[in-house]
Design a protein around this ligand. Sequence first.
Ligand code: GLN
Length: 470
Amino acid sequence: MELYHLTIHEVLEKIRKKEVSKQEVLQTTVDRIKDIDYHIGAYLYVNKKFHMNDGELSGISMSIKDNICTKNISTTCASKILKNFIPPYDATVVDKLYENGCILVGKTNMDEFGMGSSTENSSFHITKNPWNLDYVPGGSSGGSAASIASSQAYFSLGSDTGGSIRQPSAFCGLVGLKPTYGLVSRYGLIAYASSLDQIGPITKDVEDCAIVLNHIAGYDRKDSTSFKYRKIDYTKELRKDIKGIKIGIIKEYMNESMDAYVKKSFFDACKKLESLGAIVEEVSIPHVKYSLPTYEIISSSECSSNLSRFDGIRYGVRRSKDLLNDLFTSTRSQGFGEEVKRKILLGTFFLTADSYEEYYERALKVRTLIKKDFDEAFKRFDAMICPTSPTLPFKIGQRKNIIDKYIQDTYTVAANLAGIPAISIPCGCRENLFVGLQIMGKAFDEKTILNISYAFEQIHDYHKKRPNWR
Ligand code: GLN
């Protein structure tokens, strides 16, 4: 296999054995981007200046979603309003990865400010699914997923507010983890909905996911919501037997409409888990059926507040006008895309005096009920499973209807509302269209869902596949 197709652990092994140099490893990624990214459009910015530190991940190239701040390197959120924004600092996660020797090769495309599920909402260009160029890579971290599926970096960091790491990972046949809220610092992540956002890895296999998590997890005093939790080596328990582990199939989700092949792949996966010794049973999370509307209210409310800072004065592009209010209006009218405007308008409405109680407060209450349901269920189960997305990847331009797009988030938003970790791993593939299996765990119990994922991965070969269009 070509060097760029390898996983992080395989490359590190080769470097350790002196079969390849770090320089060669970096060069293979740089060349790869030059050769193929114009077919795919994973990157918004390709880095040219590299600095390689020593460290455990020295030589490993990474791509970073363009809503995570990188010092002296443009960070646009794929929005016209931040077209010229160059942060004066690095996000904590980027800092940590640099310290360990990772090299940033580029910033990846996304749905503007993280709002969307296909990366078609980028203000700059669309990104194609490397497995089939007519299809979307998912979103909002679609550029990140596409960059890894096409081996244009060894791993990527995405952000997940309601599924944006997991769904594109599912669509691109990759592993994507949304960690527990508070495990990974959000300092330097440009907020969409602060109480839901988390940064996490997108990788080719489960071991790589554990490796990256090891390096980004941990308390950060610069993020007031970051949590002091004991340090764990997530690579340690991957190989444990999963015999006797109790896994719940979320019953309410099975009533939702889902693609027939997604359903088949999911139930096959359940049988496989049983064959590995896991105890797989149905579990009820009664309030989970309200998670989509609850998510829409909370995420748009928080977004309307978070995005108020983009006014043409403090950041990014400014449309000059004589009157201050006109400056705000014209900057924001021209700077934001359609979906972002829709979310801001909705959120502003939910937060008005007249609708605050009826919508926002109620959504917060339902969120608590959802969290309590999970707490209750986790007394009897170690993990819960469901598909990552109810559909297979869809064609570029195929889903114009906004409701059709929101449906993408059906199974993913609950983990953000409850603050629990959730991972997507491949569990089906038909004609180069992948299906993801989502595994949710108890708060701060990433190691269990990684353990289950690893066991599942070992009896499949999805993680060894690479798109062969080139
Ligand atoms: N598709 C969802 C949204 O637009 C989730 C996006 C995300 O997780 N950032 O809100």
